[in-house]
Design a protein around this ligand. Structure first.
Ligand code: PMP
Length: 406
């Protein structure tokens, strides 16, 4: 399969515009990705022609949307190589998926004195839900350390695993450091002690091949909007044996089997966890986005993004006083940095005026930033449609901005 970035860019209408009369250079892909025309067309088509609530109608439109939603579930299943499509639960996104697992898992399995383990590099959405349930049930949140280059400290990881630990939650790829964790090894270490794992795949699925069975993940979560799909749709993958054991989360329509005022019985998987009208058109568009990634080729995407990262990192290292935060050997296309005596926010604001979109701040990893003793970083994150020419422009403008701020 040949990878032609010009052809790819042509599929993303938003990229072909100017901001402040400058060509848009979108380098904020770790926050959200842009949408290809075919995903936009699916949304348009479904709202123009097919929209009807799923699962409960006998009529043509309802059956059509139901079939398309279930077909999207199969697409997700194949994309991450889950064993069954009923192991795929549609949620609003990574955050909702983590909260769903945290709350239901804790209700069933967490008691006073237990421990839940996370790592120092987690996004707030893989910290706070666990902290909340720890507080509620009297459990303790334990934190695994990292090395200064942004890799997980395996000694610290192994030392954290003891008989009190009920679950370990860690990210596949760090949204701040770019580190690609060896999730197979981490999972296998946890499993040696019979501890299940939840893996945050929010920054992984769009960059690297994910096979939940090969990883042996118990739970794997991600958001649609970071993989070229719309906002408001996400995925919780859970092994059947775990999802079966967890109690329902939200109550309402769809998640039930029989309802009387005395007692309610619950629907089978995955519907037990999909209360209310789901974002079915979002799910259908997610299926389309995954087909887009599949047909483009995840290996080609990764090779292109890796080349961009190497190119940008080499150029940026030449600036005086710059420090890249996150230098793990296995890295995804995230480049976070700080520059001596210059606030990241100022850099972001000035770059914006040149048409360049980067993110500044703590990227929802405040404990990680505290550990590196930086108030925030500037983060440029690359996707399949970015080009070396854009990086040249970014470096040129960064140089000018730093001159101004000196
Ligand atoms: N985890 C990671 C690693 C992320 O990068 C993000 C999004 N920045 C999230 C979780 C949360 O994703 P969402 O806001 O889509 O729920």
């Amino acid at each position: 399969m040949s990878f032609n970035v010009a052809d790819i860019r042509n599929q993303f209408p938003i990229l072909h515009q100017q901001v402040y009369k400058k060509d848009l250079v979108y380098l904020d892909n770790a926050a959200t990705t842009q949408k290809p025309q075919r995903v936009i067309d699916v949304l348009d088509k479904y709202y123009q022609k097919y929209n009807a609530n799923i699962h409960r109608g006998v009529h043509f439109l309802s059956s059509h949307c139901t079939d398309a939603t279930e077909s999207a579930r199969k697409t997700v299943q194949e994309f991450i190589n889950a064993a069954h499509s009923h192991e795929i639960v549609f949620t609003r996104g990574t955050t909702e998926s983590v909260n769903l697992v945290a709350q239901t898992f804790a209700e069933k399995f967490i008691k006073k004195g237990d421990e839940i383990v996370v790592t120092r590099m987690e996004h707030h959405s893989n910290i706070v839900p666990w902290q909340m349930v720890c507080e509620k049930y009297g459990a303790e949140l334990k934190v695994v350390d990292i090395h200064p280059d942004g890799q997980i400290n395996m000694d610290s990881f192994k030392a954290a695993l003891n008989e009190k630990v009920r679950l370990v939650a860690f990210t596949h790829v760090s949204n701040t450091l770019g580190t690609i964790n060896n999730v197979k090894e981490l999972t296998s270490s946890a499993h040696q002690q019979q501890i299940p794992v939840l893996i945050d795949g929010a920054q992984a699925v769009q960059h690297t091949h994910v096979d939940v069975q090969a990883i042996d993940a118990d739970f794997y979560v991600f958001s649609g909007h970071k993989i070229y799909a719309p906002t408001g749709i996400g995925v919780l993958y859970g092994k059947e044996k775990w999802l079966e054991q967890l109690p329902p989360w939200q109550g309402g329509g769809e998640m039930i089997d029989q309802v009387t005022f005395e007692k309610t019985t619950f629907n089978e998987l995955p519907f037990k966890f999909e209360a209310g009208t789901p974002n079915y058109i979002g799910a259908i568009a997610l299926g389309e986005a995954l087909d887009f990634v599949r047909s483009t080729g995840i290996d080609q995407i990764k090779a292109h993004e890796d080349a961009l990262l190497t190119y940008a990192a080499e150029k940026i290292r030449q600036f005086d006083g710059i420090k890249i935060i996150g230098e793990a050997p296995e890295k995804s296309s995230v480049l976070s940095f700080v520059i001596d005596n210059i606030h990241p926010y100022d850099i972001g604001v000035l770059l914006d005026k040149t048409g360049i979109a980067v993110r500044t701040g703590n990227h929802c990893t405040q404990p990680l930033h505290d550990w590196y003793k930086v108030p925030g970083t500037v983060r440029a994150s690359f996707a399949l449609y970015n080009t070396k020419k854009e990086i040249d422009y970014f470096i040129e403008k960064l140089e000018q901005v730093l001159e101004m701020l000196k």
